[in-house]
Design a protein around this ligand. Structure first.
Ligand SMILES: [Zn+2]
Ligand SMILES: [Zn+2]
Length: 234
């Protein structure tokens, strides 16, 4: 499995049931999320497929500290010495490798099934050290500028990331794009999760990537607005 181009400079790395993203820029490679455990070969394969080497991976930014986003991180860091970034509220979970905070399934039958199937709070991951905590509104001087948007609800320390040069939003698990835009499998706090979906619907971007489901290469913010945008005041 190689890398699939989403927009110029961004490749989606299919890591089984979860996605990671590789951003290529003058300052090297940046990886967003690190999949389930034992999926590091997908990342190294993708790096090779775009003609780069593992030592060019400089940054590993996590949308949140769930098993399907941090699972292969330790193995990736060992081989690349990439600097790691995460919101403070998820750092202790990631650095201990679990247990994880419980989630309630998303509303609807599918949420009930998927949450039980894909999320076990007692699961243990290989611990990963986080080098740099992220804060809401911060603009990381990486790959020409990556904006950090705190989007709790699915997970307290969840952030979405907006890569400014390519106008691409990395939504993590704020939502999925499995059969169109929809909820993640579960929420720690549903109200906060809805507020985060509305927050992303209020932003302007072209492309979007998701932890689960296919990326949207263009007109993505229109779809977010149609799904979660506020009604315009009368
Ligand atoms: Zn998650
Ligand atoms: Zn996930």
């Amino acid at each position: 499995m190689g890398a699939k181009l989403v927009i110029n400079g961004v490749h989606v790395v299919a890591m089984g049931m979860a996605n990671a993203f590789l951003i290529e820029s003058d300052d090297g490679l940046t990886l967003i999320d690190a999949g389930f455990p034992a999926k590091e070969a997908a990342v190294f394969g993708a790096i090779k497929a775009i003609g780069r080497s593992a030592d060019q991976l400089r940054h590993l930014i996590f949308t949140h500290g769930h098993p399907d986003h941090i699972g292969s991180a330790a193995a990736i860091v060992r081989r690349t010495s990439a600097r790691t970034y995460m919101h403070p509220l998820d750092i202790s979970i990631t650095e201990s490798g679990g247990p994880f905070r419980p989630m309630r399934p998303a509303p609807g039958l599918l949420g009930q099934v998927l949450c039980r199937l894909f999320f076990n709070p007692d699961e243990r991951m290989e611990p990963v050290t986080i080098d740099q905590p992220l804060s809401d509104g911060e603009l990381l001087p990486i790959a020409g500028g990556i904006e950090v948007i705190h989007t709790p609800g699915h997970c307290a320390g969840h952030v979405a990331l907006l890569w400014r040069p390519g106008r691409m939003l990395f939504a993590g698990d704020v939502c999925t794009n499995l059969m169109g835009l929809g909820d993640p499998v579960g929420f720690e706090n549903l109200e906060q999760g809805r507020a985060s979906q509305r927050k992303l619907a209020g932003l302007s971007f072209d492309a979007a990537g998701f932890g689960h489901g296919g990326p949207i290469p263009r007109d993505a913010s229109t779809r977010f607005r149609n799904k979660w945008g506020k009604e315009s005041p009368a």
